[in-house]
Design a protein around this ligand. Sequence first.
Ligand SMILES: [Mn+2]
Length: 424
Amino acid sequence: MQLEKQSIQNINQDALAAHQRKFTYIAGEVANAEHIVKKLEAFNIAIPSWALGTGGTRFGRFSGGGEPRSLEEKIEDVGLIHALNRSSNSISLHIPWDIPDNASSIKTLASQLGLHFDAVNSNTFQDQQKQELSYKFGSLHHVDKAVRKQAVEHNIEVIKYGVELGSNALSVWLSDGSNFPGQLNFRNAFKNTSESLQEIYDALPDDWKIWIEYKPYEPNFYSTTIGDWGQSYLLASKLGSKASTLVDLGHHLPNTNIEQIVSLLLMEGKLAGFHFNDSKYGDDDLTVGSINPYQLFLIFNELVEGMDARGLDHATGIGWMIDASHNVKDPVEDLLQSVEAIKIAYAQALLIDQQELKSAQQNNDVAKGQEILQNAYRTDVRPLLAEARLRADGALDPIGAFRKLKVRDQLIGARGSKSVATGL
Ligand SMILES: [Mn+2]
């Protein structure tokens, strides 16, 4: 199904007067409201193909009904999200969960909905049915060269799918690691990973990038071969300019200062982009901004400051993606909440007077620095987001419109209440 512009506008009509009141207020309160609205209009976050169905845990999965049954229906769902929020104009595919059988018709469908393809993701963390060798003991780091070769070839195949779809980045997350001391020689595992990545790197088209994700633990619980940003950075540096580090917010030990990591990776030109989610304890894959919105804001403060320092375009300078799992919420509503949370943090970061902050830092005026950050964080920027959506023909209240238009009921009507999406 597709949402008509007119039906969204009809729903907006009821909320228009209240919105205008709030927008006029904030436009008078902050110095750069118009600038922020324009930045928000340009800002998009990619939706992962695996997040459109209900997620699960190792204990169970409780399907929500009307889940997309095919890649086409997943693209359709991203189209719905984009029609409502006008900030989700791309989809990030996971191979082999979403192999495009007919790339040109998939591409046409996407472009009809105003979408394109973001980074493609490889998968060597599970075995596929017709696969010859097992990844039980790892993939790119495996002790057996034949397993490494199979994993390298899979990544090269993923690049080929990506080329057909007009994507230009491969993101690699490895579950490679060890569960027990003595299982692995760390140095050999790292060297094997480096060599395997080099083979993949050599197969990248000229205009492509490879993004290397890290994670401290899980599914391996003693060591992970790319366990932190330093290890990812080391690999990316050895590979060359097309390689950089992908930060997944959930892939850190509790209380890690992620904003500092972001700042330094940006400084070195090695920040590939983000996988947004939130966590309380580990890689919980909760909705970004649901647990720790202040951390998200502090990260965006570093991003805005660091990207401006390097002259990067905020919208396109690095990759913006959601990587979350929706176990108990409607996936579309959860994704709408995610994009909203990201854009709120971005807008709040744009409120910061960086010159003023720099001068506070220069004068060791610690209290002033905190005041500047928290004044921005405590500003309700939601009317700025709503205004950006309104100007782009989106919904003033995306989740409200999704519910009023009974989109989920229609999807259940078309797809059934027991449909199960491929992926997580
Ligand atoms: Mn991720």
